[in-house]
Ligand binder design. Structure first.
Ligand code: N01
Length: 479
């Protein structure tokens, strides 16, 4: 069987490794960029780090005793992925600067057309195309008229100096919060344009000492146990809490965030401007040990007036004030409803994915779409994203996908995809559960789909683990 993997980010590299381990030799990875790393290649903004502990945000088979910090910086994470791809011999199998344009299922195989005009074919396609991938550029009047440098946070222009400059950032998501902490100390003036305040959980990010790293290297069993304990602790507290808005975990989390705000911000006016009027973790929870300190510095300003328009000299807010800027950063998030798009995907009988997904993207267990056989998504729609380690999630999904593929290898059929009734049942149960989650308690966030229903795994983490352990073949159509 021939496999095509789309994307050489964390999940694409993992796919190559797992395919080889499973004994498949005929596979290739198409990557539109010029190197591996996905989100860690595209995001290079100052202050970038992962707020999932590094020892959890690692491949299970490639623990890294050398992580510099509990939450290591983005550049280090990128180097980790590059190193793993190299060590496992994945790089020669990646076709860089090749973007997949079309996927068409014809006569039992996927026909792949690349933007370059080249063509390929595969029995199985694994889409490892990422979630937070397509920058969301806001429609603010006058945006193009800005005379200084303006870019999205995921397209950071490192040729533009920020030191000693007047920098403005639009947005208060995880990205903007990290940029704020990183840039306030070196800018002349820093303006953070907040549309909605965020709850922020405290985070301590100590460096690992040389002695600690040596002990991780020496005692692999204890090292593994530490990572497992971290994972378990996280799932028992956070992961199982978010799916039940009334849970003790969510109440405790809110108390923690409230205490963090009350204790950290001295000026009562600023404190109230920073206080959200929705529940903690309704939006994707932000963790930061230095944001409140940064925003209280004399050169920092939290701008809460709405943005009227952008002008050549800066941002005009609705109170008539012009915030003069040299650099404007759009930390305005991503189009998370894209998934496989903008690829044009046609399944069995020429069915267009755009039509199937015209209301919203949907997939059985986040992996398979009825009528699109032998096409499997990693971190697809409705999966566990958020404050999870997506590496663990993708690895479990691959384990599951490879069991489906095993049905083909064993000759029990040539085409496998979720059945319509299974998709229907899953969607109904999904929607019911989604309404009980913390994400549905009244805030705007990228978790919500076009109907305002959270599009994120709404069941327990335990359930995800159980579902991924073994596919229920009765829920699949095998031809
Ligand atoms: O994007 P976001 P992000 N005018 O969508 C605002 C992961 N991540 O890049 O809240 C004014 O969260 C918007 O305002 P509002 C993580 O999963 C992880 O920060 O909608 N403002 C919001 O404040 C994260 O959740 C890490 O009112 C506008 C912001 O832009 C995800 O990536 C680090 C606007 C967008 O926030 C995305 O985070 C970074 C407008 N027209 C990212 N349009 C870590 O691991 C949008 N906004 C630490």
């Amino acid at each position: 069987m021939r496999f095509v993997v789309i994307g050489a980010g964390m999940a694409g590299v993992l796919s190559g490794i797992r395919l080889r381990q499973a004994g498949y030799e005929d596979w290739i990875v198409y990557e539109k960029g010029d190197s591996v790393g996905g989100t860690w290649r595209e995001n290079t903004y100052p202050g970038l780090s992962c707020d999932v502990p590094s020892h959890i945000y690692s491949y299970a088979f490639e623990p890294n005793p050398d992580w510099s910090q509990r939450f290591s910086p983005g550049s280090e994470i990128r180097r980790y992925f590059e190193g793993v791809a190299d060590k496992y011999g994945i790089l020669p199998r990646i076709r860089f600067n090749e973007e997949v344009d079309r996927l068409e299922f014809e006569q039992g195989r996927w026909r792949i057309t690349l933007k370059s005009g080249k063509r390929d074919e595969a029995d199985v396609v694994i889409a490892a195309t990422g979630v937070l991938h397509h920058p969301m550029v806001p429609e603010i009047p006058g945006l193009d008229s800005f005379a200084g440098a303006c870019f999205h946070s995921a397209r950071w222009d490192h040729s533009v100096p920020t030191e000693g400059k007047r920098v403005g950032v639009i947005g208060t998501g995880s990205t903007a919060i990290q940029i704020t902490s990183a840039l306030v100390p070196s800018t002349a003036k820093f303006s953070l344009f907040q549309r909605t305040p965020q709850w922020i959980a405290p985070q301590q990010n100590a460096d690992y000492t040389d002695a600690e790293k040596a002990s991780f290297r020496r005692d692999r069993v204890a090292f593994r146990k530490m990572a497992d304990d971290l994972t378990r602790g996280f799932h028992e507290t956070f992961s199982n809490g978010v799916v039940d808005a009334q849970s003790e975990q969510m109440k405790n989390l809110e108390a923690l965030c409230r205490k963090n705000l009350d204790k950290s911000v001295k000026d009562p006016v600023l404190r109230e401007k920073l206080r959200p009027n929705y529940r903690a973790a309704c939006k994707r929870l932000i963790m930061s040990g230095d944001f409140y300190d940064a925003i209280q510095q004399p050169n920092a300003e939290l701008v809460t007036e709405g943005i009227e328009r952008i002008e050549p000299k800066g941002v005009r807010t609705k109170d008539g004030r012009l915030h003069e800027l040299d650099v404007l950063v759009l930390a305005t998030g991503f189009r998370v409803d894209r998934f496989l798009r903008p690829m044009k995907v046609r399944g069995r009988d020429g069915v267009d994915l755009e039509d199937v997904w015209k209301d919203r993207p949907n997939a059985y267990l986040s992996i398979s779409i009825p009528g699109f056989p032998n096409l499997f998504m990693l971190n697809g729609p409705n999966g566990p994203v958020g404050n999870f380690s997506l590496i663990t999630i993708a690895d479990m999904q691959l384990h599951y996908v490879l069991q489906l593929v095993e049905e083909l290898r064993a000759g029990r059929g040539r085409e496998i995809s979720a059945s319509e009734p299974a998709m229907q049942r899953f969607s109904e149960e999904f929607d019911r559960a989604a309404r009980n989650t913390i994400w549905a308690t009244g805030c705007r966030s990228w978790y919500l789909d076009s109907r305002g229903v959270p599009a994120v795994w709404p069941f327990t983490y335990q359930r995800f683990t159980e579902e991924m352990a073994r596919p229920v073949l009765a829920n699949y159509e095998l031809r």
